[in-house]
Write a protein that binds this ligand. Structure first.
Ligand code: FAD
Ligand code: NAI
Length: 474
């Protein structure tokens, strides 16, 4: 039967489409069902990441950074630019075409790898001896059966209670990436990853940005030294970041008005042209009908899985944002690959201890492994080496000397326990640390490896040397 597959993947984001391709590479017959629609109602695989997440946000971060450099940064290099003008429609159009290139790329990869793609919503119907029956509801309804099912249905933005996203005034990440005129005043609720990235984009393009954060500590998941440095730099750039606030009534009219109390308990009311609500994301199982087969969810709506992404049902697996763990595209991809390999009888595995985090602000923030706070809490004794980009020749040549690299190593064994970077190209620099930690390298290993000169990566080598108190250039 044509619609009978070894593996059916529900969801075509980074978790799902990568799982589908890997399963096909391993020789399985594979179907992937994804419901995302582009502006014309056609298929747009790639999920949140490709359509309203990683890719469009990085396109807007890049464009807005060019705008800021052209407006304020080139003069220092002896380049005089007059009359810099923003063409926001062109910028948004470019972002959309970058997204479309990625959608098309995934459709091409499906064809190349002989993955059968179904554009529509996948729902569990029943389980029987042959496997699972899945309904794919798109332009037409198709019934598929699969011996294995991989659920990769992703996540949705969390809304504030009683404040629905209208994507006109109250924006999720979707609306935040498509504002068609730079707001004079932009409010952001939540100083997390989206709040900082999107707040940076619109500030660079000319908005006055106020970020309201509930927690008293800035970027609590990052190493404290890095978080403090980031806070200082973002405030200097002009982001108005209010910590420890409690959000009260939010009303919409011509503008959005937000009542809140500050950290001292004083009441305030602020008005914004637009309000981005970026307070985290919730797992998405809408339309999946997990109850039809008894697929177990936890109290927060995540599909329950073990460390190998096995659900409570035989041959049903789940990966990415819809299961526990960080909501990151590369984590979803790694899980997708590991599951496909496990289905093939291999030992696919994800090392959660070496998943890197990156915040694509300027400067970028990236880390892998444990922070000083976590090591203290875990009772681990450690040594720290830091090196500022101010003392790095390449950073000076770039004209981008803010930030540092910080290496944390075990006090007894010298094994690297965490690397924390704030600075230019931190997103690329962190890979060296990930590789080192995967191979359980010591700080001395990095210190002894030849790094090209002049590169930003020399700051990592110097920070590793500093663990042993022998940095050469500082
Ligand atoms: P998703 O990407 O959400 O994909 C799920 C797919 O399944 C969607 O296409 C959805 O339509 C489809 N689907 C859902 N239910 C069904 C169904 N029943 N039938 C058929 N299809 C269904 N992560 C990073 O690592 N780096 C970044 O720079 C980054 N930037 C981000 C920026 C923003 C603004 C946002 C919101 C997120 C960002 N993320 C980033 C997070 C990243 O997007 C997610 O972690 C990642 O997309 C999760 O992948 P996934 O495959 O689990 O789910
Ligand atoms: P987040 O978890 O990063 O940040 C949410 C922030 O909102 C937190 O600081 C939280 O304390 C705060 N908050 C929660 N409720 C609040 C309230 N009622 N009032 C004020 N503040 C409140 O979530 P965010 O930014 O929405 O992003 C969701 C996820 O998407 C991220 O956790 C990340 O996994 C992923 N992402 C990753 C990116 C990357 O890798 N560069 C970029 C963007 C998103």
């Amino acid at each position: 039967m044509a619609n009978n597959f070894d593996v059916i993947v529900i969801g075509g984001g980074p978790g799902g489409y990568i799982a589908a391709i890997r399963a096909a590479q391993l020789g399985f017959s594979v179907a992937c069902i994804d419901e995302w629609k582009n502006g014309e109602g056609g298929p747009a695989p790639g999920g949140t990441c490709t359509n309203v997440g990683c890719i469009p946000s990085k396109a807007m971060l890049q464009s807005s950074e060019h705008f800021e450099h052209a407006s304020h940064g080139f003069a220092e290099h002896g380049i005089e630019v007059k009359g810099v003008k923003l063409n926001l429609a062109q910028m948004l159009g470019r972002k959309d075409s970058v997204v479309q290139q990625n959608n098309d790329g995934i459709l091409y990869l499906f064809k190349k790898n002989k993955v059968a793609f179904f554009h529509g919503r996948g729902s569990f119907v029943k389980a029987d001896e042959g496997g699972y029956e899945i309904k794919a509801l798109g332009v037409s309804t198709q019934t598929l059966t699969g011996r294995h099912v991989i659920v990769a249905t992703g996540s949705n933005p969390r809304a504030l209670p009683n404040v629905a996203f209208d994507e006109k005034l109250i924006l999720s990440n979707t609306g935040a990436l498509a504002i068609d005129a730079v707001p004079k005043k932009l409010g952001v609720i939540g100083a997390g990853v989206i709040g900082l990235e999107m707040g940076s984009v619109w500030r660079r393009l000319g908005a006055e940005v106020m970020i309201l954060e509930a927690l008293p500590a800035f970027l609590g998941a990052a190493d404290e030294t890095i978080a403090k440095e980031a806070h200082k730099l973002f405030v200097k750039q002009g982001l108005d970041i209010q910590m420890g606030v409690k959000i009260g009534d939010i009303k919409t009219g011509k503008e959005v008005s937000v009542e809140y109390t500050d950290a001292k308990g004083e009441s305030h009311k602020a008005s914004f042209d637009k309000l981005i609500v970026s307070i985290g994301r919730v797992p998405n199982t809408i339309g999946l009908h997990p109850e039809a087969v008894g697929l177990q969810l936890d109290e927060r709506g995540f599909i329950v899985v073990d460390e190998h992404c096995r659900t409570n049902l035989p041959n049903v697996w789940a990966v990415g944002d819809v299961v526990r763990g960080p909501m990151l595209a590369h984590k979803a991809e790694e899980e997708g690959v590991a599951v496909a390999e496990r289905i093939a009888g291999q030992q696919g595995h994800v090392n959660f201890a070496t998943i890197p985090w990156v915040i694509y602000t300027s400067p970028e923030i990236a880390w892998v492994g444990r922070t000083e706070q976590q090591l203290k809490a875990d009772g681990v004794t450690y040594k720290v080496g830091s090196f500022p980009f101010l003392a790095n020749g390449r950073a000076r040549a770039l004209g981008d000397t803010s930030g540092m690299v910080k290496v944390i190593a075990d006090a007894k064994t010298d094994e690297i326990l965490g690397v924390h970077i704030i600075g230019p190209m931190a997103s690329e620099l962190i890979s060296e640390a990930v590789v080192a930690m995967e191979f359980r390298a010591s700080a001395e290993d990095i210190a002894r490896i030849c790094h090209a000169h002049p590169t930003l990566s020399e700051a990592t080598k110097e920070a590793a040397l500093a663990v042993d108190k022998r940095a050469l250039n500082f």
